[in-house]
Design a protein around this ligand. Sequence first.
Ligand code: SF4
Length: 235
Amino acid sequence: MESQKVKKIPISEIFYSIQGEGKYCGTPSVFVRVGGCNLRCPGFGDKGCDSYYAVDKRYQKEWELKSIEDIKTEIKKYLKFDPHLVITGGEPTLYFKELYPLIEWFEGQITIETNATIDIDFEKFPAYKKVAFAMSVKLSNSGEEYNKRVKKNVIKSYAKNAKKSFFKFVIDKDLKKEIEDITKNINLSIYCMPLGATKEELEKNAPFVFEFCLKNGYRYSDRIHIRLFGKKKGV
Ligand code: SF4
């Protein structure tokens, strides 16, 4: 009999912490961070994004190939706390087919932190409808080309099929026109959070973002883990 191949996913880290940003800020959560992203975001500092170690191929040797069963074993250690599950990256939707058994299995709230550029077939993979997609669609400050970072058909599909989803934009200046272009006719909450991979950068941008949210009726999200731990991994 032909042996069934176990599909493995590159995992940068799995850890238990408090969600530090967005709609479920403050909630005890198990974080599963996949390795790999379809974008680079050179606008976000020297190393690109704040999770560069889950994006940059130079850190690939630190990623571990794990099966869904391996990932479940890690998550089970924390189920006594009734945590949320947060799948982040890198870009988790690169592996949406491989991750599907995990989405079906986990009974609590799941958030997928995504750049919302990769389409998911919600009819073929219906458990994704219960997921809250934290759509961090990249704006011009990411340094990515518009056509690569904004996929309106994907954003609309996530919003229509996964109704707990929300937008989460990284802001360092007035990008209202870009936010309006992306969120037009989509009835989901819009969170803005200050750009900043360090505490100093975050503190510099936070007052502007606070005022920007007040002026435009957006929700302000802080980044608690950066305030408390800076660039530290696994927190
Ligand atoms: S999309 Fe997100 S994870 Fe990917 S490079 Fe940009 S900021 Fe980093």
